[in-house]
Ligand binder design. Structure first.
Ligand SMILES: NC(=O)c1ccc[n+]([C@@H]2O[C@H](COP(=O)([O-])OP(=O)(O)OC[C@H]3O[C@@H](n4cnc5c(N)ncnc54)[C@H](OP(=O)(O)O)[C@@H]3O)[C@@H](O)[C@H]2O)c1
Length: 240
């Protein structure tokens, strides 16, 4: 039995993580403030590495982290990831939301998009559209060309909105997430801290340029020492 404790906001409340009602409790706790917006979702070691010993986030994550990941995904219309994350982690599309992948090169080697329940969107810098179409021949995807050679988060968001996808969860990697933060397009960061120290092969948000504040709106912990935080990001959308 694993206990899961809500610390913030108080008073503290503990649930059995295995209890079937706990998923509904978590779903309420993780309900986004607005039906549209951008959430980042990451797991990192104490010292800020987003990859563990296997070179992916898999070895940092745990059973309850995966449960919370599922809860966050169910509140989303679309899960957005970068192509490098797809190449490193394989990335199977979730059942409850569409998957959108951004790519400049069109290289999606190692993808598992064929297993998708909902048709994935591939947002691709225009010159690489043919490469994507060749790589994904026979896989049901929708390829949308992007105009900007330097990743433009506002353009990506406009494409998602044009597809009726308003509630966006960006699961990384760090480059894509930093782009959204720098563009002031992020409302919230859901950050799991794993009770591990790992060589920071891939650091969380190394390329962030601007400074901004954040407010802790929720904190959970479990018997294994994981911390599950929700941070509201200051200044979101202030710069338009
Ligand atoms: N712990 C966690 O929660 C977590 C979550 C996700 C990922 N990760 C780890 O993070 C690492 C990957 O992160 P990353 O920061 O290196 O990369 P990333 O954020 O996954 O990918 C960024 C992507 O942006 C694409 N891009 C650049 N310019 C573009 C443009 N003009 N138009 C469209 N797309 C454009 C690039 O595509 P091309 O590559 O095609 O040029 C690149 O793959 C992996 O090691 C993964 O395991 C950890």
């Amino acid at each position: 039995v694993t206990a899961l404790t809500l610390l913030v906001p108080g008073p503290a409340e503990t649930r059995n993580a295995e209890d079937p009602d706990t998923r509904d409790w978590l779903a309420e706790l993780y309900r986004p403030a607005s039906p549209s917006g951008v959430r980042l979702n990451f797991v990192a070691s104490i010292n800020g590495s987003v990859v563990g010993e296997d070179g992916s986030s898999e070895s940092l994550s745990g059973r309850i982290d995966r449960k919370i990941l599922g809860v966050i995904r169910r509140h989303a219309d679309v899960i957005l990831v970068g192509a490098r994350t797809v190449r490193r982690e394989g990335y199977a599309a979730p059942r409850s939301a569409r998957l959108a992948v951004v790519t400049r090169s069109g290289d999606l080697a190692g993808h598992r998009l064929g297993e998708s329940f909902l048709r994935p969107l591939i947002l691709c810098f225009e010159p690489a559209v043919r490469r994507v179409e060749q790589q994904l021949r026979g896989v049901a995807v929708e390829v949308v060309p992007l105009r900007s050679e330097v990743l433009d988060p506002a353009e990506v968001l406009a494409v998602l909105h044009a597809h009726g996808l308003a509630s966006v969860v960006c699961e990384g990697g760090p480059s894509l997430a930093a782009g959204f933060l720098d563009a002031d397009l992020v409302d919230e960061l859901c950050l799991t801290t794993a009770p591990k120290l790992r060589a920071p092969g891939v650091p969380l948000l190394p390329r962030l340029t601007g400074a901004r504040g954040a407010a802790l709106t929720q904190l959970l912990t479990d018997d294994d020492g994981y911390l599950y935080a929700r941070w509201a990001i200051d200044g979101a959308q202030a710069a338009g």
